[in-house]
Ligand binder design. Structure first.
Ligand SMILES: Nc1ncnc2c1ncn2[C@@H]1O[C@H](COP(=O)(O)OP(=O)(O)OP(=O)(O)O)[C@@H](O)[C@H]1O
Ligand SMILES: [Mg+2]
Length: 504
């Protein structure tokens, strides 16, 4: 390495000629002469250095600093330091200048692209890293970046490339319908939901009982999941938390409906719940003495549930499922692109809640192998505490079930839109972030950098970097270690993942 400023911009390397000791002296001398004359020829052929002939604009950018180096006190030279040229091998450089580039995460996992600082391939597999990397406590991934930077393309690459490792991919809500092509290419299944479409999902479906779980335990687990779903749906429509008596009413209505459905040998439906909530007499009798006047308390709930049965989502989630969950399918996506076009997100969020509940209950089998669950466009869910709650329970279960959750948002401050500081929504969103050992940050707008740095604990260099990242390039924080990675796409992937088609 040479500390003296290079005299000509053209000289790429100062390494001396290496001649093996096995060569005799005459051969070595001949080699040196050959190199010397080649250098002379190259020097004559090259144009004169810029400072001798005057620079014109088409000769590329001017160097940022003069040849004497960075001016001012930051140069740490004070104008007096003059070191002789010093040459060393790259092995010594690594000792003299440590921490310039990360060592990498090893070669295990799916290929992502190029580690920009280390000039090496970058691979990543949350399951392979678990237990091997200090502080890597869960397989969940957060991916944030401004529009069009290639977040979905990265998520799709994870999906496509992980299939070769035997992993399965689930996309519980695809609001743009952009995963359908990927699923079709992998031989997976897509369920498209929307007004007039034949696909229907019953979010109250009971998943098959896993091995080693008693029937009693499983019944109580299924009941818990159903109650949580009903609570989320009601909270989303009402836009507020449920009152204690409303909780009781939901509880009682669910038990009532499940008992009736079991007697008639069919699966309970959301319509049955709505009808029971709308029947004050039945609720009061089923609730018993202690629960008070449940019928009156459930009035708001009954109207909330009505939206799913008679409103814009009528028929989609209030009928027996038209598809059976196939655990052997490599990929399953739920296309919700026909919903939420009116600018009101509530319909879409309700559909997402039902669709993800249906899928998550099917994923409850711990023997289902390793799986990715991708929440693309998750920023749309952030304002809905009910959905965040469901996601958090999935996040907590991730290790036990062998599931890696991937949440895609635009900016880190999306997490702050979940509620005011100290609110339940905010706590849930921050909990989701805390439960992601891997955070990938694509370009952030300048006004977002501070929020991102605060939430992720970025250094000043990392904060500067995320404001200037190009398409496909992201800052990867893996359990506290940092990488700048350029995601590389195969031409076939590029064609398959293209979301710019309508812009061309
Ligand atoms: N690494 C990459 N190299 C080349 N092209 C890429 C790369 N990543 C993404 N693209 C292209 O950029 C376009 C936008 O990518 P993508 O849809 O993934 O962006 P996004 O961040 O998900 O946008 P949005 O926030 O709108 O969902 C796509 O057409 C894709 O083919
Ligand atoms: Mg996208």
């Amino acid at each position: 390495m040479n500390h003296r400023p290079a005299r000509t911009a053209r000289r790429a390397s100062a390494s001396p000629l290496f001649t093996p000791h096995t060569r005799d002296r005459a051969r070595r001398r001949a080699d040196r002469q050959q190199l010397h004359s080649a250098r002379n020829r190259a020097r004559k052929a090259a144009p004169a250095p810029a400072h001798r002939r005057g620079r014109t604009d088409d000769q590329g950018p001017m160097p940022q600093y003069p040849a004497s180096g960075r001016p001012g006190p930051a140069s740490a030279r004070g104008g007096k330091l003059s070191l002789p040229a010093h040459r060393m091998t790259t092995a010594t450089v690594a000792g003299a200048y440590p921490f310039l580039a990360e060592g990498g995460l090893g070669a295990e996992g799916t290929y992502i692209g190029r580690d920009v600082h280390a000039e090496a391939s970058f691979t990543f597999d949350p399951f392979a890293l678990y237990g091997k990397l200090d502080g890597f406590t869960n397989p969940n991934v957060l991916l944030a970046g401004v529009i069009g930077m290639g977040k979905s393309a990265l998520a799709k690459s994870f999906a496509l490339r992980s299939v070769a490792f035997g992993y399965r991919i689930y996309v519980p809500c695809d609001p743009k319908g952009e995963w359908t092509a990927v699923s079709a290419a992998l031989g997976g299944t897509t369920i498209a939901l929307g007004p007039g479409l034949p696909g229907k999902l019953n979010p109250l479906d009971a998943p098959p009982q896993p091995d080693g779980v008693t029937a009693e335990d499983w019944a109580s687990e299924v009941r818990k999941r159903r109650l949580m779903l009903l609570g989320s749906l009601a909270r989303t429509v009402l836009g507020r938390d449920l009152l204690p008596m409303e909780h009781t009413a939901l509880d009682v209505a669910l038990d009532c409906v499940v008992t009736h459905a079991a007697q008639s040998g069919r699966t309970p439906l959301l319509g049955d719940i709505a009808a029971t909530l709308n029947n004050p007499g039945l609720l009061d009798i089923a609730g018993g003495e202690l629960s008070g006047r449940l019928g009156d308390a459930a009035r708001d709930l009954a109207h909330a549930m009505r939206r799913l049965v008679h409103g814009d989502l009528a028929g989609m989630f209030d009928a027996p499922s038209t598809v059976v969950f196939d655990p052997r399918s490599p990929m399953l996506t739920i296309d919700l692109s026909r919903l939420g076009g009116s600018g009101d997100d509530t319909g879409l969020v309700l559909a997402m809640t039902c669709a993800s509940a249906w899928m998550e209950s099917a994923l409850a089998d711990p023997n289902g192998g390793r799986r990715w669950v991708v929440y693309d466009e998750a920023w749309r869910l952030m304002r809905h505490a009910g959905l965040l709650e469901r996601m958090q329970s999935q996040w907590k279960l991730s290790r036990g079930l062998g599931i890696a959750n991937l949440m895609v948002i635009h900016r880190l401050s999306d997490l702050l839109t979940a509620g005011d500081a100290g609110s339940r929504g905010r706590a849930l969103a921050e909990g989701l972030l805390a439960d992601c050992s891997t955070r990938i940050v694509y370009r952030q707008e300048a006004d977002q950098v501070l929020a991102a740095a605060g939430l992720l604990g970025l250094t000043s260099v990392e904060s500067q970097a995320i404001a200037h990242l190009n398409r496909g390039r992201g800052l990867w924080k893996v359990a506290g270690r940092s990488f700048i990675v350029q995601h590389l796409l195969h031409p076939q992937e590029l064609a398959l993942f293209d979301t710019d088609a309508r812009m061309h």
